[in-house]
Design a protein around this ligand. Structure first.
Ligand code: F6R
Length: 241
């Protein structure tokens, strides 16, 4: 895994946005899978600005959902969909038909998982995965000790449930998540992992320097041959290399 450390979160975001912009310019019909959460917020701002100033047409890009809170509708401001619609799909004017998101309120969530897996296969795999890292090392909602190959519903660990409240205006029930599977994600052609801030330092060190294990799903990204970790100085503070 290629590790780049920048002095500020803004520089991390700028570098990440530049990488994504270069990618979508080279493949205008790319399939992207983007995390919600705080880590990529600034990256999306820079990317939207760069797309605009460069006149890049994003009308042929495709997007697939990384994860969603089960039972939280897309109209809820704390949902992954709402966040991505506001920060990137809307600003990039992505046609709704090109956005393939988990319906986490579906009555048959297994069918929903199969639907998303099938779309990824039809679109010939994810080109770029942009992931954040959970404080417990999760990627998407692949929770410690529980990563599965393909899309699945998972019980969220207590830390994820607790931390997840930060996205919601009112207390939300966050017991389950629906997520793409780790093996599926590892087939992405390019993986970008973003982490900033002191809070992430310990888990970043574990993921990037300790043994690769299902117990720290982010550590599994190191087996990928085209994966990049983009960190600020604070998140990288405990790395020994
Ligand atoms: C969200 C997602 C999660 C987050 C992770 C870090 O779609 O996939 O895995 O990336 O929980 O969240 P933040 O960036 O808020 O620290």
């Amino acid at each position: 895994m290629d590790i780049a450390v920048f002095s500020t979160p803004a520089l991390v975001a700028q570098a990440t946005a530049n990488k994504i912009l270069a990618f979508i310019q080279s493949k205008p019909n790319a399939l992207l899978c983007l995390a919600g959460g705080d880590s990529p917020r600034l990256t999306y701002q820079y990317l939207a600005a760069a797309v605009k100033s460069s006149g890049t047409n994003c009308g042929r890009l495709q997007f697939v959902s990384l994860d969603e809170w089960v039972g939280i509708p897309p109209t809820n401001t704390g949902s992954c969909f709402y966040f991505l619609q506001e920060t990137i799909f809307g600003p990039l004017a992505i046609p709704p038909v090109n956005i393939h998101f988990f319906n986490s309120s579906a009555t048959d969530l297994t069918a929903e998982c199969n639907r998303i897996d099938k779309i990824i296969a039809q679109l010939q795999g994810i080109d770029v995965l942009l992931a954040g890292i959970g404080l417990n090392g999760h990627i998407g909602f692949n929770e410690p000790g529980l990563p599965q190959a393909s899309a699945h519903v998972t019980e969220l660990d207590s830390l994820t449930q607790q931390v997840g409240q930060k996205y919601f205006e009112q207390n939300a029930s966050l017991q389950y998540g629906i997520t793409q599977g780790m093996a599926q994600l590892l087939q992405s052609k390019t993986i970008l992992l973003l982490a900033t801030g002191t809070k992430k330092a310990a888990i970043v060190q574990q993921a990037l320097e300790e043994k690769m294990t299902d117990a720290v799903p982010a550590s599994l990204l190191r087996q990928h041959s085209n994966a990049f970790a983009l960190l600020d100085r604070e998140a990288a503070a405990l790395l020994t290399q």
